[in-house]
Ligand binder design. Structure first.
Ligand SMILES: Cc1ncc(COP(=O)(O)O)c(C=O)c1O
Length: 442
């Protein structure tokens, strides 16, 4: 083993050197270097962790995964963090877990309604439809881009069982109002925190208020493992249900490669199986396999060490941009943090004011031509997409609570640019100058 350890040391030291040569800093050239909306920010630690895990060759969920889960839970101040292979999987697991028969009368059943918004990412909503639930869409408000909480009561029906919302672009929605509404009507509350890691509401991290919070680690997100996601919960039963749906639907909760954690592997009775049927192969749910590999988690562990720095860097970049373009508030509706919150922004949102005298395409083309990458607010209005064509035609499967006029406005007039830690002060100065430059010509 000493020989193997020596070789490993040598390999990891070479990997470190490789990082310096292959991924070292490059010069920023205005108008040439692409300023992307988000991306991986890493050093040699991510690469050495990845190679270390590859050499260990455990491959599936293992020690790096448990380390990541423990450290992220500690950082956020939540009892349980459960890793999965994407943010979309995390959302699917969140909804699926709440359909478990093990929740008795509290479980969500086919035809039940979930209050949400259409101005966001599709896979916040998709798991509802995949589970036979009915999304009920409420409009959002500007300049927070989050749910209009004044519409919550109107959106409720006798079938309402849950509220599931994302903190748009890292800006927390009005958690206090949503929590009060959920408590009053005994509803499940799921926070899609995929774009908001590090955001705070009332001094506490978002994602930790609801029964379940979800996270994405896709590269543009606050930290990455390539593909990856997580769920948070304070409820030990919900944790078990999430793990069961993630791990094929099994009843057993042994970690990968471990047997007989419960000490009753061959002595229990389940369903109509014979007494003592191996607990390892008892299935209490119609589950999936949405586990993460340990190599992904190894990258995540290195990223986690940088999270405090990433959070402050996103906030600094957003504030610099906000100040730099504040004089353009007559052209754009500029974003504002929700009351009582400190957002860790995913990006910087612009919405063209009525009669702005230019189109979104004009400004977006101006920025893209100068290397500044732009994005729309994901689906804009999800209900307008081809995936809804069939449901829309048949008038089934979803419900609109009031009109979605602000959502439509976002679909037509909103775009965003990056504030991620890969954007330096020099780049941000260029971004600000370029935005102002668009108006000099007019
Ligand atoms: C709000 C929100 N939820 C869910 C997801 C899905 O995450 P993933 O890409 O990891 O599946 C995204 C995507 O980035 C997102 O922005």
């Amino acid at each position: 083993m000493t020989k193997a350890n020596d070789i490993k040391k040598e390999i990891l030291s070479l990997v470190r050197k490789y990082h310096t040569e292959a991924h070292g800093p490059s010069e920023f050239i205005e108008g040439i270097t692409r300023i992307s909306y988000g991306g991986r920010v890493f050093d040699h630690k991510e690469l050495t962790n990845l190679v270390d895990s590859a050499l260990e060759f455990w491959l599936t969920t293992g020690r790096y995964s448990y380390m990541f889960e423990t450290h992220l839970a500690e950082f956020l101040g939540i009892a349980h963090c459960i890793l999965t292979n994407s943010g979309s999987s995390a959302n699917l697991l969140a909804i699926s877990a709440l359909t478990s028969e093990k929740l008795g009368d509290r479980r969500i059943q086919k035809g039940d309604e979930v209050i949400t918004v259409a101005a966001g990412f599709p896979t916040t909503v998709t798991p509802m439809l995949q589970n036979g639930l009915v999304p009920v869409f409420v409009d959002v408000t500007l300049p927070t881009y989050n749910i209009d909480v004044a519409m919550l009561e109107e959106a409720r029906s006798s079938r309402t069982r849950a509220v599931m919302l994302a903190h748009t672009m890292g800006n927390p929605f009005d958690i206090e109002s949503v929590l009060r509404f959920c408590e009053k009507h005994d509803l499940w509350f799921i926070e899609d925190n995929c774009d908001a890691l590090g955001s705070k509401y009332d001094g506490k991290f978002t994602g930790t208020f609801g029964h379940i919070g979800t996270q994405s680690f896709y590269p543009p997100h606050h930290i990455t493992m390539g593909e990856g996601g997580a769920l948070y919960t304070g409820d030990p039963l919900v944790k078990r249900l999430i793990e069961s749906f993630r791990d094929w639907g099994r009843d057993c909760h042994c970690a990968s490669g471990r047997d007989n954690t419960c000490g009753n592997r061959f002595s229990q009775k389940f369903g109509e199986l014979p007494v003592g049927y191996d607990h390892k192969y008892v299935f209490s749910h119609f589950g999936y396999n949405l586990k993460v590999t340990d190599m992904q988690a190894a990258i995540g562990c290195a990223q986690l060490e940088k999270l405090p720095l990433f959070i402050s860097s996103r906030m600094k970049n957003w504030n610099m941009l906000h100040e730099g373009i504040s004089s353009l508030a007559d052209r754009f509706i500029l974003p504002e943090p929700t009351k009582n919150s400190i957002p860790c922004w995913f990006g910087y949102l612009f919405t063209l004011r009525e009669g702005a005298g230019f189109t979104r395409e004009d400004i977006v083309s101006h920025l893209e031509a100068r290397g500044i990458q732009t994005r729309m607010l994901f689906a804009g209005n999800l209900v307008k997409h081809p995936c809804f064509d069939g449901l829309r035609k048949r008038g089934e499967g979803y419900r609109l609570a009031g009109d979605l006029s602000t959502t439509d406005k976002i679909m037509r007039n909103t775009f965003w640019i990056g504030v991620y830690p890969g954007i330096t002060e020099k780049m941000m100065e260029f971004v600000i100058r370029t935005i102002h430059g668009f108006f000099y010509k007019r």
